[in-house]
Design a binder for this molecule. Sequence first.
Ligand code: AKB
Length: 346
Amino acid sequence: MSTMSGARRSSGVLITGAGGEVGHGLIRALHEHGRTDIIAVDLREMDDEIKGMCAQTFVGDICDKALLARLLSMFEIERIFHLAALLSTRSEYAPERAHEVNVVGTLNLLQLAAEQARSHGGSVVFVYPSSIAAYGIGDPGTKAGAGAVVEDAYLEPTTMYGCNKLACEHLGRYYARHYRQLAQDRVEGLIDFRCLRYPGLISADTVPAGGTSDYGPEMVHAAARGEAYACFVREDSRIPFMTMGEAVEATLLLAGAEREKLTRCVYNVAGFSASAGELAAEVRRHFPDAQITYEVDQQRQAIIDSWPADMDCGSAARDWGFAPRFGMAEAFSEVLVPGVKKRYGV
Ligand code: AKB
């Protein structure tokens, strides 16, 4: 396929939100897998490590349709990892902006990807991280009884971020299966939408910002820095978590799965279910002097109470072989604690 100037477009894999936590991990993994055609986009200037692993990096807003159109005109994008998003807590302070970034930005990208796929006569694999935030469980008693929930239950999110994620799950499914369904010149299969709902993610390399599950990673990093940590949810607050490395592995596994084996667009993935108190006990096993207290933020607590204690990942296991790699103890001993000790030189 050639550009307007007649030059042949180079192929590429596009990553939005490239400078974020998942973006860092994903770009490292793709680079290690030998990808040399990574096109990275982020609102902020990316660090030199990221730049060194990408074919090209762009600083810009995914709400800037002209930027997206330019990117898709410059490269023949066959795979998109659309990671750019405002997370749950930050989105509550600017819900309309969150909708613009999380939903309109995603819609723009879906539309342009479909147009590009149509122009090069192919299909674009569109990989989209949704979230446990897509769930909304009405009260702690129902949460306790629900246990590990399947993808199609309790879908009444109480946050703008959760509403955004659920909306984008439906948009992705629409573009994949029903896009322009009444048009005479309709072309089917332009978008191959693949979505995984992440639980709380804990990375040893980066600290999150603006998430409601952040107490998990914050607790680990504070202990490694030798700093006291005041957890903003109750000790008994329970949601599923997984290490960032597992989330990246799962994302790449889904992205590379045979399309015929995928029976749905949206899949749960998770590593281990843990209460804040269990996380704190695991932290203290490795950092005995860790000072962890509880100063509950009732509003953020209510969000965590609306998210399930665990997610049923059976569909992902059956369709594309997902399997959690670590329980909580192994996640800490094999990945998180060695990682934060190296990061902080302890
Ligand atoms: C958040 O807390 O908002 C995110 C998420 C669970 O999607 N980490």
